[in-house]
Write a protein that binds this ligand. Sequence first.
Ligand code: 13P
Ligand code: SF4
Length: 453
Amino acid sequence: MTSVAELIRGAVASENAASEDVLERSAPDSIVLERVAPDSAKAPHRRPIVLRATGLSSCDSGLSSDPWAIDRAPGYGPGASVADEIPGDAPRQAPLPARYTEASEEELDRWILEAKATLGDRVRILGHFYQRDEIVKYADFVGDSFMLAQAAKGHPEAEAFVFCGVHFMAETADILSTPEQAVILPNLAAGCSMADMATIEQVEDCWRELTAVLGPQPAIPVTYMNSSAAIKAFCGRNGGIVCTSSNARTVLEWAFERGERVVFFPDQHLGRNTAKAMGIGEERMPLWRPHLPLGGNDERALRDAKVILWNGFCSVHKRFTVEQIDRARAEFPGVRVIVHPECPAAVVEAADGNGSTEYIRRQIEEASPGDVLAVGTEINLVNRLQQQHPELTIFCLDPVVCPCSTMYRIHPAYLAWTLESLVAGETPNRIRVSGDVATESRVALERMLAAKP
Ligand code: 13P
Ligand code: SF4
């Protein structure tokens, strides 16, 4: 099997041999993943995320083909597990006008900058760390889920937020911003496969079954930010709260001050990793499988439970393994391994540190020149950190390049279309959360924002 070090050396060698097609490069000893497709007559201006010449492989060759292919594909796209199904009622993105799909990178860049200049402070672009560089460069605020929620709440002067992230983040921004402010998701197909693993109907069924076994208020419901507004509202009206990966422990402590048991939606890994770090044994964390009676548990397991974990996961972070960590340690003695807590528990335990995307960014900011860091999170963030820090050796634990395919759906063409529509006085792809769902989900979000470690 090819080692990580060989892959890095192979990437450098092939990069040197094919330097004419390199669009962006960082330090000579780093992995370069973004290049111009060498002789694509069809779209010479488009930048695929992965190039065969690096010696690295991609989880799906579709990533380097035409960017609209992912939107048209029936599933979530590259990297998604075969079990991940897009719900039938998930929003569908209408095809973009040809002006945008046929535009060159340079044209899109010019249109975005011109529209942004015309709109000025009236419109703020928010970008998640997992967005591709071609989007991040236009963002007024870049951050993790928690920071972006704060940004939406903290800018009442903006008339609109263009949210370069995924659907649940745009919903959260709408809930936390004022009713006069519009939140726009440039591509409606940018959902989240993990968030879609828990529907409000399944959550209500779970609650009814838990109540039948455990009595009223069977647990404090906690939902990860990566969930629908309807599930956040469920938590709000049932004495519960929202968390992100940056405050999950604080939130669980908040919950245990109010009840002896928690039910955690939808990411089993964040729930398990956080509870384990608090000293809760895995035997007290039954997994709730929504299609089985009592979630596949017996009554006793539920009575003894401290944290009932929903059976959801992130397809991107599920790819990281202990074997990858072992290889990194064998090949780079002294390497520091940092991973996102959406990774499985064994991976988090084998790593040197774990935390949100902002935690990962800060760890790298604080590293010393010459340090080697292996990172277990989404590739666009890892690549960006690597390019920003040529004094460090940073690589992704997984040698197979696999971005979050739903984040990746925010292509510059969608951003150009969105901004030009705003200039023309239209408000496309507005994400609205209204009525009781807005009121009750705001309660759960405000509890999170107020919870302090
Ligand atoms: P954070 O940015 O909160 O760490 O979350 C990562 C993620 O998976 C977002 O979907
Ligand atoms: Fe969802 Fe995972 Fe993508 Fe985050 S990285 S948006 S959890 S699929």
